[in-house]
Structures are given as C-alpha cells and as structure tokens.
Write a protein that binds this ligand. Structure first.
Ligand SMILES: [Fe+2]
Length: 295
C-alpha cells in the first residue's frame, strides 16, 4: 500500500500545452505510470484546489456532463483519490449551500424547491477512517477540515482552505442586485479587473470557520497523548513558510497553521496553493504538479 501526494489540479482539464493543471493529464498512465501497480488501497492526496466540482448552474445542483465524465474517469483509476479543499472549489455544491441570501435571490429563482434542497445537502457526508468526508465518488473523497484520518496506517491531519489571492479588485455578490440585468451591467463594468463572483467563482467557505479551527486544535491536542502525527495535508502554508517564500503571511489561516506547529509533533507537512514545488525546512513540502511518493 502507498500514499502519493500532489498539489493543485484546478479541475480535470489542462489549459494549453504548457499548463500543469488538470487531473486527467496528471493522473494519466503516461504521466503517472506508478498506478499500474496500485489498487484502491493506495491513495493519491491532492493538497487543495482540486477543482473537479466547479460549475454553477442556476437551475440544477447536478454535475455538468464534462464534470461527470471526468469524475467517473477519476473514480475508475486504480487508486483512491483524496483531497483537502482549496480556495478554488465550489463549496456550495461540495458541502451544501449555506448562502440563503443567494438562494432567495433572482439568481436561483428558477431552481425548483427539490433541487434547492439537494443544493443545500451537497455530496453525501460520511464518517471515514477517523473523520468526515464528502463522497464525490466512492473513491474520490474530500477530507473535511480538522480531523486526523488514519490513511494506510498513517495518522494524517487534514485542514484545507486558503484565502484567494486573485481577487485584488474584490468580489461581486449577485444577491446585491435586484435582477439579472442590473447584475450583468455591474459585471460588465468590472471587465478586465481581478474579481470573482460570490457563489459562482468564489465562496466564503474558502476560509475555515472559527468552529473548524477550534475543532482542529482540540483534535490535535487530544491526539498528542497517542503520539506523533505522521502527515499534515493543507492547502495553505504555515506563516513562517510564506515569509521564507516572500508571500504575505499575516492572514488568519496561515497564522493558525503556524500556531499548530507548536502543539503537535509530525513527520512531514504537505501544502499547495503557492503553485511551486519546493522542499522547505527539512520536512515541509510545497507541491504543485509533482506527484511525490511519501510511504
Ligand atoms: Fe491554486
């Protein structure tokens, strides 16, 4: 049995010849031939920005046809895919939409009550190997934040999420507008600027809640009695790593992750988000397209 880990995949497809994005290319037999020897008892863990559940449909919470066929392809790989969420995930569809204001707005006015209820649920939530996951497919699972999972005999703390750094020009909220025409007008006026749209290309849940952070800390504190955590999987980097890499490091999540370093002993820490491949501080790994065997 084995665990491999990689960085952001940003959806199924790669965008252009030089793109390293897209899980279908990265996990193809050519790019990842190790899978020939793998079974569903082996794991590939994506450090956030999985992006395989992305599309927003105003009328249905269902997968788009390309999402469905790509996720089926991934499910049919001879390994189990796990991912922590990043900042580029459709949290409404993954974990259930909690944005009642958007649900009540013109944006979802054409969605049936039954579909709205399904959108509120997200993918099935189940307890798996020590924590809760969202089952996108039987062997494509999102690890919820704050749990210590037992994966291939290893203790793995998972804590996804990050603040988007590509929304310098802010965000638009469809629920702030009375109708589609006024929203489209505001959208057109922002063309060419770096912004995202709440509930369509940006979700508040990219950052963890206070409850999730407290739970993660409590779970680590109670695990300390049992011993060392083997692996930490996050999307965001701890603050000291970001300082070293010349990134702003004072956001709440980076500081939270930094604080966890002081209360746990762990073997290795893996994160994505910064779109590079670096080994840091002996046992920290920033990953993008590299697929690293870790046990
Ligand atoms: Fe990313």
């Amino acid at each position: 049995m084995a665990i491999y880990v990689t960085g952001d995949t940003h959806g199924a497809d790669s965008h252009g010849f030089f793109s390293v994005d897209g899980y279908m290319r990265r996990f193809s037999m050519d790019a990842f031939p190790e899978q020939r020897e793998m079974t569903k008892e082996d794991y590939v863990i994506i450090c956030g920005d999985f992006g395989g559940v992305w599309a927003t449909d105003r009328f249905s919470p269902d997968e788009s046809s390309s999402e469905k066929s790509s996720l089926d392809w991934l499910n049919n790989r001879p390994f189990t895919t796990l991912f922590v969420p990043g900042n580029h995930e459709n949290y409404d569809r993954l974990m259930g939409c909690r944005n009642q204001r958007l649900m009540d707005s013109w944006f979802y006015s054409g969605m049936s009550a039954e579909n709205k209820e399904r959108l509120r649920q997200g993918y099935p939530r189940m307890f798996w190997n020590g924590g809760y996951v969202r089952a996108v497919r039987p062997s494509v699972l999102m690890l919820e934040r704050g749990y210590i999972f037992k994966i291939d005999g290893k203790s793995c703390f998972a804590f996804g999420g990050a603040r988007s750094h590509d929304i310098q020009d802010g965000s638009l909220d469809p629920a702030d507008y009375p109708d589609e025409a006024s929203f489209n007008k505001a959208y057109r006026a922002r063309r060419g600027r770096m912004f995202r749209v709440r509930g369509i290309s940006w979700w508040d849940e990219e950052m963890p809640s206070r409850e999730e952070m407290d739970m993660g800390r409590r779970n680590i504190e109670s695990f300390v009695q049992q011993g060392k955590i083997d692996f930490v999987f996050t999307h965001e980097a701890p603050a000291s790593d970001k300082v070293f890499l010349n990134y702003p490091a004072r956001d709440e999540l980076s500081l939270y992750l930094e604080s966890l370093r002081n209360i746990m002993t762990y073997d290795k820490w893996f994160y994505g988000h910064l779109h590079d491949n670096r080994r840091m501080f002996q046992n920290h790994y920033l990953l993008y397209e590299q697929i690293l065997p870790i046990c």
